[in-house]
Design a binder for this molecule. Structure first.
Ligand SMILES: NC(=O)c1ccc[n+]([C@@H]2O[C@H](COP(=O)([O-])OP(=O)(O)OC[C@H]3O[C@@H](n4cnc5c(N)ncnc54)[C@H](OP(=O)(O)O)[C@@H]3O)[C@@H](O)[C@H]2O)c1
Length: 194
């Protein structure tokens, strides 16, 4: 049974992936979020809810103890967030990180020009890639409510293929990566609908 800590657990993708984890895996989840009263515990036998800001190193480090996988589903000051996460993972002895980023951080999307809005995504990815963690950086396309289907994966260095990704397909991929040892370790993958 895998223990997964979900950071930014009230995010759109995180809420969808929590549902998929509970439906398709036996994972135990710790949902880490600001203002925890916003979220009802969906399964108290398998889910613990922790209130905290990712930038609060002490609360974060405590939440990380005993976890197998950290799944970061964040937005905002991602460079600072990723720095605190990497340090807390080192301190807690957790190696496996799944980090949600965005397509376009390496200028890998054909026809797309540089967008400064992605700078926090670029900086956080660079920091994680420089770490010794067993990371998987996911670079999804635009989220849709489309039906679940196969994912089209591109590796770092390859042009991004496709444009959109159904939330259900992305959540299924995240759950599979979290519960499959070695899958896409130390990789930064583009993800779109297949
Ligand atoms: N939507 C798309 O089509 C698309 C495409 C590619 C990539 N992405 C990216 O994928 C990521 C996940 O998407 P999403 O839709 O789930 O995003 P979201 O709904 O905006 O969720 C992000 C979460 O991060 C949390 N957060 C931010 N700073 C935090 C902090 N310091 N401590 C704790 N939590 C913090 C927010 O918490 P609060 O609720 O407390 O503010 C929010 O719940 C985002 O970075 C998004 O930009 C999105």
């Amino acid at each position: 049974m895998t223990k997964v800590l979900i950071l930014g657990a009230n995010g759109q993708l995180a809420r969808n992936t929590t549902r998929v984890f509970l439906k398709d895996t036996e994972a135990h989840l710790t949902l880490y979020l600001r203002r925890a009263s916003r979220l009802a515990n969906p399964d108290p036998k398998r889910v613990t809810v922790v209130e905290g800001d990712v930038l609060d190193a002490a609360i974060l480090q405590t939440a990380m103890r005993g976890q197998d996988v950290v799944y970061a589903n964040l937005a905002g000051d991602m460079a600072r967030q990723s720095s605190v996460i990497v340090d807390a993972m080192h301190a807690a002895g957790v190696k496996r990180l799944i980090f949600i980023s965005s397509m376009g951080i390496y200028r890998e999307v054909p026809g797309e020009t540089y967008r400064s809005v992605l700078d926090p995504y670029r900086e956080s990815a660079a920091l994680i890639e420089q770490s010794d963690l067993d990371y998987t950086i996911l670079r999804p396309g635009w989220f849709t409510r489309g039906p679940e289907g196969p994912c089209q994966i591109t590796q770092k260095g390859e042009p991004f293929r496709g444009h959109d990704i159904a939330l259900d397909s992305l959540s299924a991929l995240i759950a599979r990566i979290a519960t499959t040892p070695g899958l896409y370790v130390r990789a930064s993958i583009g993800v779109s609908d297949g």
